[in-house]
Design a protein around this ligand. Structure first.
Ligand code: ZN
Length: 451
């Protein structure tokens, strides 16, 4: 391009502070961010000398970050939010609350849209959701425009009996859930914003033979595998009883512990487990808020020392990745007993962005602001009192920011949230439909709550 030919942008953002998540240049004040054809075409402290833009936004006193990569959620479980966390265990194992097995397609659609909307409004540009009804759930979430890494909840245990303490494996359930997972991949494999993975629920809810089947299917189709790893005492005790091994060792035996594995929670992992994870290139998905609300902490300082890549995820209780960064930082420091150079705001910001992108194998395309990468970004309104003064923007964001400070969300150059509202769906409708679905699902039990 000659110096007199103007650079063409679809969208040019001027005046904001860019927090790039790139180690070489983590912060650019008064930045110029040019987007063209869905990608970041310009990122510097000034625009090119000659430029033309379809849309130009002047955003002084705003922060622009990469889109957050929220790799482990179950949107449909928003139906038990505000209740399940206080009953003592993960929803799928808890009696007395609606179960995934009771949800019909229409309810799944309504609840999945609520979960995706909440995540998007708070700056997640990619959500890795897995649960029942992933077919309609994925369609419902994809309507909002964000990236998805969806999966069916894959298992061969009979979940209807697990809440009553009975782990009964059934090959028919296994082939149905794995078959549905692979069908989901077939359905979405050409979609630019959707990459299906196989979510083998957990080592205790999948038999050894079934885990090997999942490993073979993942290998054959080049798919990533998501699981709950060391999530609960019940899980690790069950696995120890069945195999004589830790959950991590059982995954290794099944051929699942590799660079395509994303292990959710990682609360009950030993140093020896973490070493195996690091050697295999497997990823830990840190879910600090859910863990803390259940009275537990994942040994993240140890996982970090061992060199395990860590992503962040909100799981079931909320979808605010900003709040989550704060939990990740604070819970690591509680375990370390102080403040160290190893756990600083930039580290948890990295986990929420590039760490997640790497877990999904998409680090070359998303997870940071860099020329050539996809234009997935979030604009925070930092004019608000709690986000001032702008001494250290990344420290401010992590310590006092909120997902609700998000003003704009862009995915692949497309504006999906404008002035805090979704551009593709009506927020009131999404909320009303989810509310109605939850009421139906709670049924008679709900009378304790809707008095
Ligand atoms: Zn989960």
């Amino acid at each position: 391009m000659s110096s007199s030919t103007p650079h063409q942008f679809d969208l040019l953002i001027l005046g904001a502070t860019a927090l790039t998540a790139e180690a070489s240049r983590p912060e650019i004040r008064d930045a110029a961010i040019g987007i063209q054809g869905g990608r970041i075409a310009w990122l510097d402290s000034a625009p090119p000398e000659h430029w033309q833009a379809t849309r130009t936004l002047h955003l002084p006193d705003h922060f622009v970050t990469p889109g957050f990569v929220n790799v482990h959620t179950h949107s449909i479980l928003s139906m038990v939010r505000g209740v399940a966390a206080d009953l003592g265990f993960a929803p799928s194992y808890t009696p007395g609350i609606p179960k995934g097995t009771q949800v019909n397609a229409q309810q799944a659609r309504a609840l999945a849209r609520l979960g995706a909307l909440e995540a998007l409004l708070q700056g997640s540009t990619l959500v890795g959701d897995n649960f029942v009804h992933a077919d309609v759930g994925t369609e419902a979430m994809a309507e909002l425009g964000l990236r998805l890494a969806p999966s069916w909840r894959i298992h061969d245990v009979d979940f209807a009996r697990v809440a009553h303490g009975d782990w009964c494996y059934d090959a028919a359930i296994g082939s149905a859930t794995l078959g549905a997972g692979l069908a989901l991949h077939e359905r979405w494999k050409d979609h630019p914003r959707v990459r299906v993975n196989l979510a083998a629920h957990a080592v205790d809810t999948c038999s050894d033979g079934f885990l090997r089947e999942v490993a073979a299917a993942a290998e054959a189709h080049g798919l990533r595998v998501s699981t709950h790893l060391g999530q609960s005492k019940v899980e690790v005790d069950r696995v120890r009883e069945r195999t004589g091994k830790t959950s991590t060792e059982a995954l290794l035996d099944a051929g699942l512990l590799n660079e395509r594995l994303m292990g959710g929670h990682c609360i009950y992992v030993s140093e020896s487990d973490a070493r195996k994870m690091a050697e295999a290139g497997a990823h830990a998905v840190h879910i600090p808020k859910c863990n803390a609300a259940s009275g537990r902490m994942a040994p993240t300082p140890m996982l970090k020392r061992m060199g395990v890549n860590m992503a962040l995820a909100t799981d079931t209780q909320h979808a605010d990745m900003v709040e989550l960064m704060r939990w990740a930082l604070a819970t690591a420091r509680v375990q370390e007993g102080g403040v160290s150079d190893e756990w600083q705001p930039a580290h948890v910001f990295h986990m929420a962005t590039l760490g997640g992108a790497r877990a999904l194998g998409q680090q070359d395309d998303i997870g940071s602001l860099a020329v050539g990468k996809a234009a997935d970004l979030v604009v925070f309104d930092a004019r608000r009192p709690h986000l001032r003064p702008h001494v250290n923007p990344v420290g401010l964001l992590v310590h006092t920011g909120q997902g609700r400070d998000v003003r704009m969300v862009v995915v692949e150059g497309e504006v999906l949230v404008e002035d805090g509202l979704p551009t593709r769906v009506d927020m009131e409708t999404v909320c009303a439909e989810a509310e109605a679905a939850a009421r139906e699902l709670w049924g008679a039990e709900g009378r304790h709550y809707w008095r």
